[in-house]
Every structure is written in C-alpha cells, then in structure tokens.
Design a binder for this molecule. Structure first.
Ligand SMILES: [Zn+2]
Ligand SMILES: [Zn+2]
Length: 199
C-alpha cells in the first residue's frame, strides 16, 4: 500500500480505481478506536481525481513504510542483479538515525523545542501556495502545535527544513476538527520562525 520508491500511499478511488498520494495530500488523520495491535488510522486525503476521499492506514504502514521497511525487490540496472530495496533503504535510515537525524521533526510550541515525531502524530495538513500548515500532537506533552513547513519536510523522511514557521499560541484540543476549521485557524494565526536542529 506504500511505495517507498515514489513515497506514495495507495488508496481506493471511486473514479480512478487507485489513488497514489503523498503524506502531504493527507488532510486529516485520526486514530480509530478499536484494536491496538496494529492501531488503525482513518485519513481524509485529496485525490488526483479532484475529490477528497477517506482511507484506512495501519500504524506500522503509516510510520515505518516510508523508511523502506516494506519496499520490495528492485533490479539494479548497473549489474542486472535483483536487490532487496527494503534492506538498502533501512541501511540508509539507520545511518541517518546514528548521525542524530530523525525522519520527521516538528517544533512543539508549549515546550519551546523541536521534537522527533512520526506521521501517526500528524493531525491535519493544509496546503498553501509555498508552505503547508501541519498540525501535530506532541508525543511527549500531548499538546497540539501548528508548524508551517515545506512539502518535502512532510513527504520525505530525513528531509527536515532548517527553519520553519511556528504558530505562536497553544491550540485547544478540538481546534482542528475539520479541514475548513484548520484553514481558518491558519489564516488568522501569526507565525514565528524557529530553527529545527535537534542537536
Ligand atoms: Zn479520487
Ligand atoms: Zn510537546
């Protein structure tokens, strides 16, 4: 369901049969009540057909598939050998982690510091002309923060922006219940620039 080589999740689309979308095409993410192993997330996403659909993503796929954990075999064109993409990608991921780089990072406003995070902590994404509004539930303090980031910052693990925008207030728990509410919050918010280096 996730293709690590194109960084896209596959969902059903009533018009195109399949929708292949990046994380930044997600609009709302919500952990569904029910089984914890694996937990399942309900997402709403903007599809290439022009409409918004709903889809389900298991926790491991949401957080770990972008690191290459489920990538399949591929043919190395230089040697014509078939290699396991998962192994290669996970080696790259491990090297990043050893050097202190996290796949995703956000700036927690109440704590006043950057925090490592996984996509399952993303709550909402709102597309803008140059930047995306990204609402994140902090895995440490549980508060909701909103950052302005690049598309690559969301879509590609280990490509964290150096500097991002941070909304300068704490959000109520229910501030981002719909795409429209989140867009309105962003439009009326002030942003401070913050650096995102963890070390
Ligand atoms: Zn569609
Ligand atoms: Zn926090």
């Amino acid at each position: 369901m996730y293709d690590a080589l194109t960084a896209r999740y596959t969902f059903a689309c009533p018009r195109l049969e399949h929708a292949h979308v990046t994380l930044s095409s997600f609009r709302l993410l919500e952990r569904l009540p029910g089984p914890a192993h694996p937990a399942v997330y309900g997402v709403r996403f903007d599809c290439g057909c022009g409409e918004e659909h709903r889809g389900l993503v298991p926790h491991d796929e949401l957080d770990w598939a972008p690191l290459g954990a489920q990538a399949g075999p591929f043919v190395d064109l230089m040697t014509s050998r078939t290699l396991d993409a998962a192994e290669e990608l996970l080696e790259v991921a491990a090297a990043h982690l050893r050097s202190g780089t996290w796949p995703w990072t956000f700036f927690c406003y109440p704590e006043g510091r950057p925090r490592p995070v996984f996509p399952s902590s993303f709550v909402a994404v709102s597309p803008g002309e140059r930047w995306l509004g990204l609402a994140v539930r902090c895995p440490v303090c549980d508060a909701l923060s909103v950052n302005l980031v690049s598309r690559a910052h969301v879509d590609l693990p280990f490509s964290n922006d150096d500097a991002i925008g941070v909304v300068d207030h704490v959000f109520a728990d229910d501030a981002v219940r719909s795409v429209e509410e989140f867009r309105a919050e962003l439009a009326s918010s002030r942003f401070d620039e913050r650096r995102l280096h963890l070390n």
